[in-house]
Design a protein around this ligand. Structure first.
Ligand SMILES: [Zn+2]
Length: 457
């Protein structure tokens, strides 16, 4: 990921669109809020408003309007407010896309969509042959999510473009706002579907030909119902070349409680810890809980339990605070109190910012699974690595520029590692390098002040 003047301007303004600490005002009795809390694992704080001043100069982000847009978009949902549920290629997803395309058009951007529905709003620069600077995020939402997830990075980006246009700024490089298709894995089990394809994943393009959702609707039928993938099943047209973008930044709410707990405004992401997911199954003979004596059992449930503990042990053995591992699913069959489990099914998630260290953990988990199966005389019928993405490091000069922007805008900041999936993980592989920080240094002081201070909300 990298930089230039267009990015520096964009960055400064994006920082002024964030949706700072939200004030608590929620009703614990509301079943929708309780469900949202169950999904997120954190108390849900419904925002009053983060806005104090409205548009008073062409150099100010129109925060009130931005909040209104966020609220409007949140109403395109399949669950009641304040929750948002917007699943890929459903009616609400299509309406949200139309809403965003309309805003892009109103901002004077030229809009393009690819075969899976990644949406690009482009502001042509004075030197359009140069690689563009891009920013964006997603608008699909897992069941019972909040209204800011992803949306902030799309609507905030469009407002940043509006501010730049109002300020009279003329970009040298083209600027693009991107809405990524299916960042969430809700419908087809694949996260960052759109950005993975942009990064040229042939394996995914092939796998999608045989991918179905829980209702047995194929990916391509679903895409066509939303107006995409019309002519053929070949998705290679979606792939972008390495170097298509000179830099990519994504504004996103934090998905944990750290910034809010510490009262800090900006989290500067230095790396994205890429997840790997593994499915494991053990099979034993089962039997009646009373009839089969202990020496004669091969209990698949205990094999699963032992592997869950092994996952924790291997992660802790890495000695790094950045290594994490979770057994989020552990199912036993047949699942009766008087029945010895004949089958156990585990789904394991492990993440790290160091790919080698994470892969060693995966290997150790595999070895433990085989050893446990042998010891307990059960069959290891499945050990499948579902995905094993490489982590991404943020470009140093972008980190530095974000730090400077935070300081100059008097916004408290903290360096952080992102432990959730983001489209940036894949955009990093097709974004080149350009030194934004030194470009910022070369700007005239007067110009810098406009870029850095001119858009304070
Ligand atoms: Zn998100």
């Amino acid at each position: 990921m990298q930089k230039n003047m267009s990015l520096s301007a964009l960055l400064q303004i994006l920082f002024l669109c964030p949706f700072s600490t939200l004030t608590a005002a929620f009703n614990n009795e509301d079943p929708t809020l309780r469900t949202m809390e169950d999904f997120s694992g954190y108390p849900i704080h419904e925002s009053h408003s983060f806005i104090s001043n409205t548009l008073s100069s062409p150099l100010y982000a129109d925060a009130q309007n931005l909040q209104n847009q966020i609220d409007e978009l949140s109403r395109l949902s399949d669950t009641p407010a304040p929750s948002v549920t917007r699943v890929l290629y459903t009616e609400k997803d299509v309406l949200a896309r139309r809403y965003i395309k309309n805003l892009m058009g109103l901002s004077g951007l030229s809009v393009r969509e690819d075969a899976v529905g990644n949406i690009f709003g482009r502001w042509e620069g004075d030197e359009p042959e140069l690689a563009a600077v891009a920013t964006g995020s997603h608008t699909d939402a897992i069941p019972y999510s909040g209204k800011y997830d992803g949306v902030v990075g799309v609507l905030g980006a469009i407002e940043a473009i509006n501010v730049l246009k109002r300020s009279g700024f003329k970009p040298k490089r083209s600027l693009e706002v991107i809405l990524f298709t299916s960042e969430e894995p809700t419908r087809f089990g694949i996260s960052c579907l759109g950005s993975r394809l942009l990064a040229g994943s042939e394996a995914l393009a092939k796998a999608l030909k045989t991918t179905f959702d829980g209702q047995n609707i194929s990916f391509f039928d679903a895409a066509r119902s939303a107006g995409y993938a019309n002519d053929q099943d070949d998705l290679s047209s979606v792939f972008l070349k390495k170097g298509t973008y000179s830099a990519f930044v994504e504004l996103h709410i934090e998905q944990g409680p750290i910034l809010e707990d510490e009262g800090i405004s900006i989290g500067i992401v230095t790396a994205i810890a890429a997840p790997a997911s593994i499915k494991v199954e053990f099979e034993g003979n089962g039997g009646h809980a009373g009839a089969v004596l202990m020496p004669n059992r091969n209990d698949a449930g205990l094999a699963g339990a032992e592997l869950a503990l092994a996952v924790e042990r291997h992660v802790l053995e890495s000695g790094s605070i950045d290594s994490v591992g979770t057994v989020g699913i552990l199912e036993l069959h047949p699942g009766a109190i008087n029945s010895i489990p004949s089958r156990s099914h585990l789904e394991i998630d492990t993440r790290d910012i160091n790919e080698e260290r994470r892969n060693i953990i995966i290997e150790k988990i595999h070895q433990s699974a085989s050893a446990i199966a042998k010891k307990r005389q059960v069959k290891l019928t499945e050990f499948k690595i579902i995905n094993q993405d490489p982590p991404a490091l943020s470009e140093k000069s972008i980190i530095k520029a974000m730090e400077e922007a935070s300081k100059e805008l008097n916004l408290s900041h903290k360096f952080m590692i992102s432990r959730a999936y983001h489209d940036s993980l894949f955009m990093a592989s097709i974004s080149d390098g350009y030194d934004l920080h030194s470009m910022l240094q070369r700007l005239q002081p007067q110009t810098r002040r406009i870029f850095i201070h001119g858009c304070h909300v």
